[in-house]
Design a binder for this molecule. Sequence first.
Ligand code: PYC
Length: 334
Amino acid sequence: MRHTFFCIDGHTAGNPVRLVAGGAPLLRGATMGERRLDFLARFDWIRTGLCFEPRGHSMMSGGFLYPPSREDSDGGILFIETSGCLPMCGHGTIGLVTFGLEHGLLHPRVPGRLRLEVPAGMIDIEYTENQGRVTGVRIRNVPAYVAATGIGIEVPGLDALTVDVAYGGNYYAIVEPQGAYTGLDALGARRILELSPQVREAVRARFHPVHPADPAIEGVSHVLWADRGLTRAGSRNAVFYGDNAIDRSPCGTGTSARLAHLHHKGLLAPGEPFVHESYIHSRFIGTIESETTIPSPAGPIPAIVPLIEGSAISTGFNTIWIEPEDQFRHGFQV
Ligand code: PYC
């Protein structure tokens, strides 16, 4: 049987977002966390078919909107991308909310606001609109925290590095300029793509984070290269994800992790806007809304509540089908 998916394609700050508006599978589970595990167990071919080549590419990401499973929610998001189904995706949320609102797929109970379920927890959205277009989206993300500091690794070509790990909806290895790593432009995109898997593997060998509130969220998945020239007002970054992708956006969960990281270092206070620029110079504004804690068996972990602001643009409708006789129906990666 041919499977047909009606998609709204677009981008958030340059990174692709594919909203699968028709063709979503019915999922089992009471929360988006449980539905994510059900999707991965039974329907992962949809993700690989829509995100990998020949229907997608290394950076492809997006998601499905699901009906709410609780009274205080306007809906749920299941994220898909080349590396799997993320617990949370910031650029994805900005795009999915923008396209969902513009095409009548989301129905806010309070104009200008949405409360959404994502696998990592509950997020709150504020958005602005003008003549049917959503012009800006602000996410109050799940709490972000620093999970480990001072992890020493050796990476051929960069020698010894010391990295920190922070959570902002996914776990990030954060590499700041040091030694042979003098900044993004000196390294360049090709080297970032070559070195990031090695950094991620080296960090994984030393440290395995598990979220204190949800053991299904675990492991370092992304590498955030911080550029030189950090000021209190902002900086540039390159976030590596999947096997071969540099986020074209400043990365919403990466920005959240970085806010927690800078706060931990005493470099950013609640309320100070931090402009985070991507590798291609697109921007999100991140702000620490407040300090908080995450309960854990070992006691409360200091955390922050991140606010991430950005905007998205749709580029077209895309009706994609997957034929059973297609040798590459489930996609491929090289
Ligand atoms: O914006 O959170 C994000 C994200 C994760 C991976 C790519 N973008």
